[in-house]
Design a binder for this molecule. Sequence first.
Ligand code: 4AD
Ligand code: MG
Length: 456
Amino acid sequence: MKHIDIVDVLKGDYLGKEVTVCGWVRTSRDSSAVAFLELSDGTCFSRLQVVVDKAKLTLDPECTRNGASVLVKGEIVKAYRGDGVELNATAVCLLGACPPEYPIQKKRTTLEFLRGIPHLRLRTNTFNAVFRVRSIAAQAIHRFFHERHYVYVNTPLITASDCEGAGEMFRVTTQPYNAKYESEEAYYKDDFFGQKAGLSVSGQLEGEVAAMAFSKIYTFGPSFRAENSNTTKHLSEFWHVEPEVAFAELPDIIEIAEEMIKYVISAVLTECPDEMTFFDNFMEKGLKDKLYNVVNSKFGVLDYTDAIEILKKADVNFNYPVEWGCDLQTEHEKYLTDVVMKKPVFVINYPKEIKSFYMKQNADGKTVAATDLLVPGIGEIIGCSEREADPEKLLQAMKTRNMDIGAYKQYIDLRTFGSVPHSGFGLGFERIVMYMTGIENIRDVTLFPRSVGNIS
Ligand code: 4AD
Ligand code: MG
């Protein structure tokens, strides 16, 4: 179907020209003399007003229904009101009728209600804006790394190793449900890969392999977590941005992470002005100012040990008690970002016991060169560390955790053959989209969210 995107029509380049556009009717006003259709084809946030002079054109009433899809021909003219353009129709053709039961109606419906109709909710203003911001942010991430000579690699989704060593993987199997085996070992031996396999929780370990050849790599793909956390910021399937950088220590990777976050936010502010104004008006008052501040100021850096002292002195009754050695809970993270720092903050040097085996052990023998980037309103959006480059220390950390060392032979080999200091991080893509849009539930920045008990 030859037609022009509404985004291009609205730029004004077609003024005085005959065009054909396609789209869905978002609202309409119909009188005996004239009808107005507000048309959206999803190529931009704004809609195109179509004016139908009924003296010249018979309009099928089905074309005025909210949700109907139409093809319209006509001339682009200066808008009667405002300084934009509108389309004077010479033909309006119904492509798909939309009955009155169409659940997306003019009145503002709740995000919760729309979650129940994931196949239709994308046609609302909110989701139109969310997914364009998400798309622009993804493009910006690729551009950021491309401009800095990173190689984009694709790590496997099916894996035999659990990167975080935390046993929260989905299993991948072709075993029939009623298979009978004498032992767990026999069961896995007979399975598709001849051993236990699962969906990757992170591409990091394979990313490190690539970084040891290309110096700078990143992955951008899905990760899977079978953790049973039914919260507003956890998904079972999320998109994960994971750069891995050779010849980089913790302060270097922190600098890269901060620069990347600012780059993505700037891109979205510049490339999605209408969407960001919409979010500022309807999702989070002051959102744009917040983001401009983030771009223009330095992120905080706070040592874990100092964070614990701050939390202990806080005049707040936390549900989870605070002691040196404890993992920071959402309530603690929120206090640090929302009350104390009021900006994004890198918490650094966590106790080694609460972090992963691959993190570089600090000289104090107690902490690791790891950091989480916490942002106001959400908490952790990045998990980051310098990696342990010393094979002896790595082995010792794995043994303490009772890990199957044989399964990590290649990973350990990297430390034997030309090991270098290297660091990397994982950004939860949905979480930064939440931060940039003011959307409070991760399910609302994901096309078809998967979470415990929910795969509809
Ligand atoms: O902190 P995490 O678990 O770190 C890693 O996976 C490292 N291997 C990353 C690396 O160094 N290459 O996860 C990284 C980020 C978190 O900060 C969070 O933003 C996001 O991934 N994330 C989730 N997002 C949505 N739903 C979940 N269940 C998530 N789990 C982690
Ligand atoms: Mg983490």
